[in-house]
Design a protein around this ligand. Structure first.
Ligand code: KG4
Ligand code: ZN
Length: 344
């Protein structure tokens, strides 16, 4: 069943990005992202402030997305909005806005799983992976290794047992006193550092599963900094240390090594030729290099979203919603936000 739905308005408000996108037949016409800056001074996202900022921004962001796409509300065939996982108050803003908009215009509505949105972020590019493929989702809240046999179906091979990959970047950046979110700052500082200067622990020793763990690595960085009096907040911040670049590069290398090792094994075990790496951490430049090397080593094809689609955005949600809508699926007006929504 192929439903005649072309122009989709997508909404994403699960965390600290207010984003609205317009897609026409799977092609992005606009993808407006407003990143909330109020959280910076707290070193992390403050849920109540996030909800309020979404409320303030949702209408102007929607208008900007429509204007850039060159459409008006009358042109929209359906609405897709993320309903989980995420912060409940933040999710409610986009979800309720999306449901009301669809209801008022008498057009279909679909709720989207944010993690499914991340997976389909690579489908916003011209070169799309073929099924089956392995997808590594690395964001601030998730580290999932998925086996995707056919569209919109997920088998989870592995997940993190403690911190998410992005969370590890953010926590280490906090120890270093170099700002939030930590990923982009560490990525930048690491460019002038030696990734093999400090041998931080890798947690792939136990090879019998595909799960990840980053808390040991995080603790190792903490002890390293504490032993050298470099911990942020204890007097001199490490930001002045000549070692800063090496610390960032070595930590980053340890994260990337762990991620690529498990992925490489899954690719071999499942005999797949296509691999996606998605989510905020997939923006990491060293990660991209190392996964490209893996792909040339095992003859696979690796797909990354462009940077705009790595971190949270509405275009990816609109695409995933569109796939479901053209398959005849819609969500009821009673759909509730699900903060801990799973993908598999
Ligand atoms: O997907 P995302 O925008 O939000 C979640 O769904 O969590 O991911 C945000 C995470 C943050 O932890 C941030 O530090 C990380 O992605 N990140 C990066 C980079 N850019 C963003 N991590 C490493 N290197 C980067 N260049
Ligand atoms: Zn995300």
């Amino acid at each position: 069943m192929h439903h005649n739905i072309n122009i989709i308005l997508g909404i994403e408000t699960s965390c600290d990005e207010t984003s609205v996108a317009v897609l026409n037949n799977g092609t992005v016409c606009s993808n407006i992202i407003s990143s909330q800056v109020v959280h910076k001074e707290y070193g992390g996202v403050v849920p109540e402030l996030a909800s309020r900022a979404h409320l303030k921004m949702i209408v102007p962001i929607m208008n900007a997305a429509l204007a850039q796409a060159g459409f008006s509300l009358e042109d929209i065939d359906a609405v897709a909005a993320v309903y989980g996982p995420g912060l409940v108050g933040a999710l409610l803003v986009g979800l309720n806005f999306g449901k009301s908009l669809a209801w008022s215009r008498r057009i279909p509505f679909i709720g989207v799983n944010h993690m499914e949105g991340h997976v389909y972020s690579i489908f916003l590019e011209d070169e799309k992976p073929e099924y089956p493929f392995i997808c590594l989702t690395v964001s601030g809240g998730h580290t999932d290794l998925l086996y995707i046999k056919e569209p919109l179906t997920y088998e989870r091979l592995g997940r993190t047992r403690d911190d998410a990959a992005g969370e590890a970047f953010d926590k280490v950046a906090k120890m270093l006193g170099i700002g939030y979110p930590g990923g982009p700052v560490i990525d930048k500082l690491a460019k002038d550092g030696n990734p093999f200067a400090i041998n931080f622990p890798r947690s792939y020793a136990r090879a019998e599963h595909y799960d990840f763990s980053f808390s040991g690595l995080k603790t190792a960085v903490l002890y390293y900094l504490r032993d050298r009096n470099l911990l942020a907040g204890n007097g001199a911040p490490v930001a002045k240390s000549p070692e800063l670049n090496d610390i960032c590069a070595s930590f980053q290398q340890a994260v990337v090594d762990t991620l690529v090792e498990k992925t490489r094994r899954a690719v071999a075990d499942y005999g797949v030729k296509h691999v996606g790496v998605v989510g905020g951490v997939s923006a990491n430049s060293r990660l991209r290099e190392v996964f490209q090397n893996m792909a040339s080593g095992n003859n696979s094809n690796v797909y990354f979203p462009r940077l705009e689609y790595c971190t949270d955005n509405a275009a990816m949600a609109a695409y995933a919603g569109w796939l479901r809508l053209i398959d005849g699926e819609t969500s009821p007006a009673s759909l509730a936000a699900v903060p801990n929504l799973n993908i598999a």
